[in-house]
Design a protein around this ligand. Sequence first.
Ligand SMILES: [Zn+2]
Length: 269
Amino acid sequence: MLFSAVAFAQDITLPRHAPYPGGVAVVKLGEANSHPLDVTYDGKRVLTVKTADGLLAVVGLPLETQPGPQTLQIKAREGALKLAYATTFEVKPKTYPAQHLKISSRFMQPSADDIERNERDQIAIARAKAHWSDDAPANFTLDLPAAGPLSARFGLRRVLNGKESSSHAGLDVAIGTGTPLRAAAAGRVIATGDYFYSGKSVFVDHGQGFITLYIHMSRIDVKEGDAVARGATLGLSGATGRVTGPHLHWSVLLNGVYVDPELFLKAAR
Ligand SMILES: [Zn+2]
């Protein structure tokens, strides 16, 4: 079974409540018998799940979130009174370490062709990141797609050739080219591509905006629309796109936001 057919999943393991930038907030919205709610954060739909603890929102927090109170917008999906209200939760500060890297000049000063290619890539990537399917995830525990040393953790503030760049939005696993990459959980392939910065990439949807992304691959063995089981081979690791060497860069998304993949690994619980 790909997704849980029943919204109430008593034995579901939630991601760890980690209410800081780049983390995940688990916010109680009501009791387990509550009517379904449509929840948005920062204008984006938010995953909701029913557990023995009640109806919960599982909210991805962008790395650039300012600590302090955050607001969820909530609408009742059914009932005569289409109730709309808001609830708040608190985000705590977190500082990530810096990492200095040397990158090939092609990626620091891309050509006009590369800039144009990247603009097309970004449209496709934004569409995949915004993908929504109504099924709730069967569970939130993810398996590391390949065994290997974790060479760059999520959230590192990147300094490329001495220039401040965007933060590291995934988890790097140091593996050579040609290692099979396995789906972190059951899901459906929503996009594949060969992008300027990310190289060969696969997006897998696990339900309600819970998405995993595998990049810098040397080979892709799946196509858009494929259902994949947990552990299914998506392709092979590689060194395509902007890299300093072969590795897997693995990202996890909630409500269109990159969050720390380690929050979903069994070892982190
Ligand atoms: Zn990376």
